[in-house]
Write a protein that binds this ligand. Sequence first.
Ligand SMILES: *Cc1c(COP(=O)(O)O)cnc(C)c1O
Length: 358
Amino acid sequence: MKKMSKFFSEKFASLEAYTPGEQPKDMKYIKLNTNESPFAPSPSVIKAAEEEAGRLQLYSDPELTPLVAKLAELYGVDKENVIATNGSDEVLNFAFMAFSDDSHPIIFPDITYGFYPVFANLSGIPYEEIPLKEDFTVDYRDYVGKGKNIVIANPNAPTGLALTLSEIEEIVRTNPDNVVIIDEAYVDFGGESAIPLTKKYDNLLVTGTFSKSRSLAGARLGFGIASKEIIRDLNTIRYSTNPYNVNRMTMMAGCAALDDNDYYMQNCKTVMENRAYTKSRLQALGFSVLDSKANFLFAKSPDISGEELYLSLKSRGILIRHFKKERIKDYNRITIGTRAEMDAFLSATENILKEKKQ
Ligand SMILES: *Cc1c(COP(=O)(O)O)cnc(C)c1O
């Protein structure tokens, strides 16, 4: 039996909410479980948020003017092609609400961001999960000419594997009467962005976030880039739910983060170096590790189950993410942190494996 009040609407009776990665408070963990940045925001971002705190008696600017202008400039589009939201989860939810319904179902991979089926169920949208290939890749041909709305995380989570830009274009080109959403939460860690294709195709929505590459997970800031028509529709949903969706401090923090773009892209480079280092050390310990283009690795060991490794590391103060889904239950997703954090994770893992062999 599910816990709900007698007042809860029937339409949500079977809704299964998203389960966020754990944020335990019982002790201080090395957190490699929710793909946050290991680096603090840059000093100018902290200063911008602090300064804005003194104006919190005033509503935020619903047009988010300076932020939208800076995003447009960075990505080489017009401001009418940009929407800013409370995390990219919000723009994704808006897009599900705006473009999908009984006669416009949506499809996505069976192994991907766990929020997609939740958004679909929340809005009563029929959806179909397309199985990844045996090697966990998305086969773009499964999405060609489908005549359905599509959402694909690229790079995908939790695998880290990415499609090429020409594969994405083929999906977008062959579904002209449907919206194709490309979720680029991890694109700054080595993927190819589809944003330039939004100029050519009016059915493409690319979403991004400040949570992973720009050290602002706790501020909640995301964005969407698409044709003016798609952005207008998303704004209709936004103004129908919460026109003040991005608060003042977050908007100013976001602007400062874009001014400091070099700092964040340098951090991404560091994460990519630490990813290569961690991958080769895990392989030396016998793990198979997917070819990640994101700020995490997806790996499994022949010597220990995914769940046991997760639990053993947790008891040693290190959190990684384990999923119970049958197809991926042997794997763990390990967020890439600083070199010191990765060394702590690697030596704990090595010790756990050694103890098991004794
Ligand atoms: C983290 C993540 C998001 C959204 O994060 P926000 O913090 O809401 O911006 C979206 N898609 C994927 C695949 C993610 O991993």
